[in-house]
Ligand binder design. Structure first.
Ligand code: SF4
Length: 274
């Protein structure tokens, strides 16, 4: 962290423009971190400012500006490429919009994002599954999960979740790689034999990080790690960990449910099934 400043991002350039105009009107200091030109298809201009300036900004604009979130600002080690982003004859990703940015649950120095896309990735999953043997594809839930170095990426038909990115520019870099990989693979699909089989599961440690880690025993296991291992093997229901659904651990609930969904595990109570 540097000087306690924060970075704010937006779902589209128009929301950034409105926020910036307001900061100018209020004569508040800020800096702009830009994805131009290399990451311009996956990110928009974002603001770096003091927390007090953010509070003043939202007090002024009220409900007129949609912000995707803010996290502590950390200088990035990545520079946006000077070349324009690649284009593809068939763009199955389409427009990309970061709709949520927040600190990571497991490590508050990292960030997580929820990203909506205008295209649809379902068709490319069986082809990515051929080319990325370390990924986990679950055909039933239409999810494709893999590690991009230390970052956890899950692709859904019209959504991407990214956890443990170093900073916003690092996240743009990962998203641009996803965009290029999905479109490139889709362009070569006629030369690939699709594979619908699940080949890998996420490490038990990724499940463990999304549990309360209190070793309370409510699930019937002595430790949360033991429960994570059994969950990974599909031997127990996610619902057995009641604490993760409690108010006390509400920040874990969505990341836990998302990972269970990518494992193909049902998180519906029995009476809701079918
Ligand atoms: S119930 Fe949840 S928090 Fe308690 S030991 Fe089991 S996994 Fe851990």
């Amino acid at each position: 962290m540097t000087g306690g400043r924060e970075i704010l991002t937006f779902p589209c350039q128009g929301e950034f423009t409105k926020a910036r105009a307001c900061l100018d009107r209020l004569a508040l200091d800020y800096a702009v971190i830009s994805p131009q030109p290399g990451f311009s298809r996956v990110g928009v201009d974002s603001l770096v400012l003091e927390p007090e300036a953010r509070v003043s900004l939202f007090r002024e604009v009220g409900a007129e500006v949609i912000c995707s979130g803010w996290v502590d600002y950390q200088p990035t080690r990545i520079t946006a490429p000077t070349d324009l982003p690649a284009t593809f004859p068939e763009d199955i990703v389409g427009a990309v919009s970061i709709v949520v940015m927040a600190p990571c649950i497991a490590d508050s120095n990292k960030i997580r994002l929820i990203v909506h896309i205008a295209g649809n990735l379902s068709g490319v999953f069986p082809y990515l599954n051929v080319e990325m043997p370390q990924a986990m594809y679950v055909r039933e839930t239409e999810t494709f999960t893999y590690m991009d170095a230390h970052r956890l990426v899950t692709l859904y038909p019209q959504r991407i979740t990214l956890a443990k990115a170093d900073d916003l520019v690092d996240a743009w870099h990962s998203l641009e790689k996803i965009r290029c990989r999905a479109n490139d693979t889709w362009g070569r699909r006629h030369s690939l034999a699709p594979n619908w089989e699940m080949r890998q599961k996420p490490p038990a440690m990724e499940i463990y990080k999304r549990l309360p880690r209190t070793n309370c025993g409510v699930c019937g296991e002595k430790t949360c790690l033991a429960f994570a291992l059994r969950l990974r093997n599909g031997e127990v229901s996610p619902l057995l960990c009641a604490p993760v659904f409690s108010e006390e651990h509400r920040q874990l609930r969505i990341p836990f449910l998302e990972l269970c969904s990518s494992l193909g595990l049902s998180t519906l109570p029995p009476f809701q099934k079918g």
